[in-house]
Design a protein around this ligand. Sequence first.
Ligand code: HEC
Length: 187
Amino acid sequence: MGKFILGVIIGLIGLVLAALGFTMMGFFSTQANAAPPRLEGRVANRALVASMQRHAPRVTNPLTPSDQNLIDGLNIYYENCALCHGSLDRKPAALAKNLYPPAPNLISDPPDEPEWQIFFTIRTGVRYTAMPAWDGVLAEQDLWKVTSFLSHLDKLPPAVQEYWKDTFNVASASGGEGKDHNTKEGH
Ligand code: HEC
């Protein structure tokens, strides 16, 4: 029994050393412009969701989704997030696929998580990815405004859609060739 355990321990140490050697000899790619293998993506996503369930406080958005707050959120998004997450002119972000893991397009595919979850991601970022923590960079209020904007993307009130259209010359994510319901006017 003692010998068996010793064997297992030596085996494990060997494995760790082999992995370390493999890494130190440069066998792992560090390039960001590659697509993560599916299994890696799945495991990482599960780990992210589980960690969020454990760590994120279930806070409620202190702001009302008023036209002005949503327009502020839109501008905060445009200035800080569009670069990676997709511009408001509906063009994909040039950087999105050059990040590892890639940045999701939040305009064409708005997050459907609850606001506390979106807020937590924005405030604390996602470790080992290009998603920065915005805590201390943007004011708490602004974090909530951009959260509101993202969680209302497919149901923006008319005044905000109007503002979007006037500013970026394209229909908002809630209007035009939007994804579902309320947009099929049949013309
Ligand atoms: C430098 C690039 C970069 C910038 C700038 C950036 N993000 Fe991200 N963001 C990412 C990446 C990459 C991910 C994906 C992380 C992952 O795979 O878990 C991400 C993930 C997210 C998610 C989770 C999306 C989902 O579907 O689960 C949200 C929400 C988000 N970002 C919001 C923002 C907001 C709001 C801003 C601006 C205040 C912002 N991001 C700025 C790179 C960026």
